[in-house]
Design a protein around this ligand. Structure first.
Ligand SMILES: Cc1ncc(C[n+]2csc(CCOP(=O)(O)OP(=O)(O)O)c2C)c(N)n1
Length: 475
């Protein structure tokens, strides 16, 4: 049966255009076997069209040349973080993270542990060959005591390098995982057992029951410096002593399928509960043009709360929104920036690399971000900032005397409120003046005197803006 071609794999592997029917794996490598049994299971269970495989770094990085399903690459060790994002966005997808021991148990261990602890809905296939294969045989967390590797030429010394890490046993301390099993692909009976484990893990995904982890003891003849037969014996005799095979946990009977996503998820409010603020879920509106905004300045200038106000106004209008802060190391005076996205549908990433709108309250902020503004975008800058760096072509720059005006009105710390008014007048947020003002009010809900003062400042800023048409200031 294992000799048969499976439709879970492509017919040819066009990796380099030379040998399209051969794999890039060395003779006797376990990765090829695991690829095959995973592909077979996907095809036979009819899951290919729903599956997204996440391949991080290691010998299996080219998984996408083999598995005929969705594939996404991840940075070294980050497969389960990426798998988490996919699975939370595409809830019907079957998500698989396929990782080696260096990837999963060294650089990526925290990702592994946290995803397992959260009980993310994914199948993790962990190829443990006790060594870093791709990079030429360095010691891995799972290298055996006494094992010679490139970085432990005298043999792994537990007193110096620690003991081999038993990942299944560590994960078995956690509450959330549904299924944890260690199998091997070192000989045919073991491969048959491994096939069952793969199907079990995928079954758990199909039923939406949670986190399933399968470790494969897998030979790496090249890096352990043995021929394929000896490398398989090494797996069965030495590795299995350290990593006993078997099922550590199977809660698949008791585990409940995950509940469908609530049609109206509760929305956290940026400024806490308040009776007159609606808490309704965002209303999808694909026609709404997504706005990506960046607010930047020094800590203490209020750029963070300015971003929060815009996000809160968006929430009040039942837009989808994110607010994503980025702090410098100091709380006061250091660089501070935040990104806000206002959208009519679910937001893929809260990071704003190419803002449509940039609000700058300091020179370093201006110089750092102005070049990133998207064509057709707008920069609103405090006029104390000398704009020596030109904005990209097609980007309008508007200078507002926010700090000067706020100071002359007796509220030097409220320059951010003036910026908010400017955003309203410029109509660059896609949000109404009323919502911006209500969000501003909400931000001072426990300080009525300040709320009133800021409402007045907002109006003063608008009056100033109306008296100084933007056209005259644009570049
Ligand atoms: C951030 C980063 N650090 C280091 C590397 C180098 N690197 C590539 S693969 C690898 C280890 C892979 O070993 P493992 O996860 O055990 O997979 P195998 O190749 O044995 O299947 C390392 C350290 C990298 N690509 N990226």
């Amino acid at each position: 049966m294992l000799q048969k071609r499976t439709s879970g794999m492509y017919e040819s592997f066009v990796r380099s255009g030379r040998e399209t029917h051969a794999t890039h794996y060395c003779a006797g490598c376990g990765h090829g076997i695991i690829h095959k049994i995973v592909a077979e299971a996907l095809a036979e269970m009819g899951l290919q069209d729903r599956t997204i495989m996440v391949n991080p770094i290691g010998c299996s990085v080219f998984g996408y040349y083999y598995w005929d399903c969705g594939n996404i690459g991840a940075a070294h060790g980050r497969a389960q973080a990426v798998a988490t994002a996919i699975n939370r966005t595409l809830r019907d997808a079957i998500v698989i993270a396929y990782q080696g021991d260096g990837d999963l148990a060294a650089i990526g261990f925290n990702n592994t542990f946290q995803a397992a602890s959260r009980g993310e809905h994914m199948a993790v296939f962990f190829a443990n060959n006790a060594i870093y294969g791709m990079t030429g045989g360095q010691m891995a967390p799972t290298s055996l005591a006494g094992m010679r590797t490139m970085t432990s030429p005298a043999g792994r010394d537990p007193g110096h390098e620690g003991y081999p890490m038993r990942v299944c046993e560590v994960l078995n301390q956690l509450k959330a995982p549904v299924y944890i099993e260690r199998v091997s692909v070192a000989d045919t009976p073991r491969i048959m057992r491994a096939r069952r484990a793969v199907r079990k893990a995928l079954e758990i995904q199909r039923e939406g029951k949670g986190y399933a982890f399968v470790e494969f003891i897998s030979p790496c003849p090249t890096s352990v410096g043995m021929d394929p037969v000896r490398a398989s014996r090494f797996c069965m005799e030495e590795m299995e002593r350290e990593f006993p095979l078997g099922c550590l946990r199977d809660h698949s009977e008791e585990a409940l399928p995950r509940a469908p996503r609530a049609s109206a998820p509760t929305v956290p409010q940026f400024f806490g509960q308040e009776a007159d603020i609606e808490t309704a879920a965002p209303a999808p509106d694909p026609a709404f043009r997504e706005r990506r905004l960046k607010f930047a300045g020094f800590g203490g200038q209020g750029v963070m709360s300015l971003g929060v106000c815009v996000a809160e106004a968006a929430r009040m209008e039942r837009r989808f929104t994110t607010w994503f802060p980025s702090y410098g190391p100091e709380q006061r005076g250091g660089a501070a920036a935040c990104s806000v996205v206002v959208a009519g549908q679910a937001i893929g990433s809260p990071a704003v690399d190419r803002p449509d709108v940039l609000v700058c309250m300091s020179l370093p902020a201006y110089e750092r971000f102005v070049g990133l503004v998207a064509p057709g975008g707008t920069v609103v800058v405090d006029d104390s900032v000398p704009c020596r760096v030109a904005a990209p072509a097609g980007v309008r720059v508007v200078a507002l005397p926010a700090t000067r005006l706020a100071t002359s009105l007796g509220a030097p710390k409220a320059a951010n409120t003036l910026m908010l008014a400017a955003l309203g007048r410029l109509e660059v947020t896609g949000l109404s003046r009323g919502s911006l003002l209500r969000a501003l009010d909400a931000s001072f809900r426990n300080k009525p005197a300040l709320a009133e003062k800021n409402r007045a400042l907002f109006a003063e800023a608008e009056a100033w803006i109306d008296a100084h048409p933007w056209g005259a200031q644009s570049e």
